[in-house]
Design a protein around this ligand. Structure first.
Ligand SMILES: [Zn+2]
Length: 362
């Protein structure tokens, strides 16, 4: 199918989009592989949409559908789901709800969908329990902790500090509840959906334990947020795990996806279905290599903090919300260099990173 090369960046041109420029209409599902349907919902962010997947299913003696990912808990998404239930499911029920990971655009409506259909939620245990602690925090000072974290990395901008405590961006605002119980997904688990076997592939660095689904017989990968065609997955250090090395976890996880067939159809949570998985993985590895090199060069001049690293890596204007992600991402790259023994992490009122001249003995 013809594609408009003007909308694509150089990396995207190396990928193959089998559906071309096609995007599903808001209340219509597009079949992308036998029994696998694509639904797209609006998100009120800079990233303005999410892809959801519906699979024909048979479970516990009933015919119906499996849903993969749910959208935020917002009125427009509930309306869209109602429309799909009434017009697109051939009168059949939803039998299962799968969620790739805990981020609100994926998990938000799971409680409502599971309750509406009286069906279980299938998710990794790590993401289920982490979501639970975000909704029912044991630490009532969570907002203060985020502020302390941001300030310790050099953030002084009021807009950014306000975004950190803005109710609209709080997890519980977008994921108000969770189902009471869940079915655990984990790496290597084989789940039969609609008579086909789908293998769970765990991924780290973006979410606590992201689960992608790969079907050998259909050669289809539901990649979630682990492999996206146009944008790079957000890899952030968060205040809840301030010393983490998520970039290493992410790059290690990509190696598992690199073992899947090069020509598999990749169904990402954002952007369009594509082929060229190995090419995309190589692009992502290169992208992060280049960002790391930029930071090595910046640190060689002067020790830098995360805000200064962000100015090196993100040259466009960012709003408060985007800045929080960009800061976490900048810190993820600094931490990768720190874990590698290339940088020293120097604590103080503001944490700084400076080069280590000689390699330390192990
Ligand atoms: Zn995500």
């Amino acid at each position: 199918m013809k594609q408009n090369p003007h909308n694509m960046n150089a990396d995207e041109k190396e990928l193959d989009y089998p559906l071309g420029e096609h995007l599903p209409q808001p209340n219509v599902m597009t079949e992308v592989a036998p029994g696998v349907y694509w639904l797209r919902m609006f998100l009120p962010f800079a990233l303005n949409h999410i892809n959801l997947w519906l699979l024909r299913d048979a479970y516990e003696g009933r015919e119906g559908w499996a849903i993969v990912d749910c959208c935020l808990d917002q009125a427009s998404a509930r309306e869209q789901w109602h429309h799909i239930f009434d017009h697109s499911l051939e009168g059949l029920p939803v039998l299962r709800v799968f969620v790739t990971h805990l981020h609100p655009d994926h998990l938000g409506l799971a409680h409502w969908l599971c309750d509406y259909w009286k069906v279980p939620l299938w998710i990794s245990a790590t993401d289920f329990h982490t979501a639970h602690t975000l909704i029912h925090p044991s630490n009532p000072q969570q907002g203060d902790q985020a502020l302390t974290f941001l300030k310790s990395h050099g953030v002084t901008d009021e807009e950014v500090l306000n975004a950190a405590t803005n109710r609209n961006f709080q997890f519980i605002h977008m994921v108000p509840a969770l189902p009471k119980h869940f079915v655990r997904l984990h790496d290597g688990l084989s789940v039969t959906i609609g008579g086909k076997r789908w293998r769970c592939i765990s991924g780290y660095g973006h979410a606590p334990e992201h689960i992608a689904l790969y079907c050998d017989s259909a050669n289809v990968l539901i990649s979630g947020d682990m492999v996206l065609p146009r944008i790079s997955t957000n890899i952030s250090v968060y205040d809840s795990e301030p010393m983490s090395n998520p970039l290493q976890l992410f790059l290690d996880s990509l190696k598992k996806f690199d073992q899947l067939p090069a020509d598999c159809l990749c169904l990402p949570s954002h952007g369009k279905p594509f082929r060229g998985l190995h090419i995309r993985i190589a692009q992502l590895a290169r992208h992060h290599d280049e960002r790391l090199q930029e930071l090595r060069e910046a640190c060689a001049q002067n020790p830098i903090n995360a805000v200064e690293a962000m100015a090196v890596l993100f040259k466009r204007d960012l709003d408060g919300h985007q800045t929080m992600f960009a800061l976490g991402e900048s810190l993820a790259h600094l931490h990768w260099l720190w874990y590698r023994g290339e940088l020293e992490r120097v604590a103080g009122d503001v944490v700084r990173f400076k080069p280590i001249e000689a390699e330390l003995p192990h």
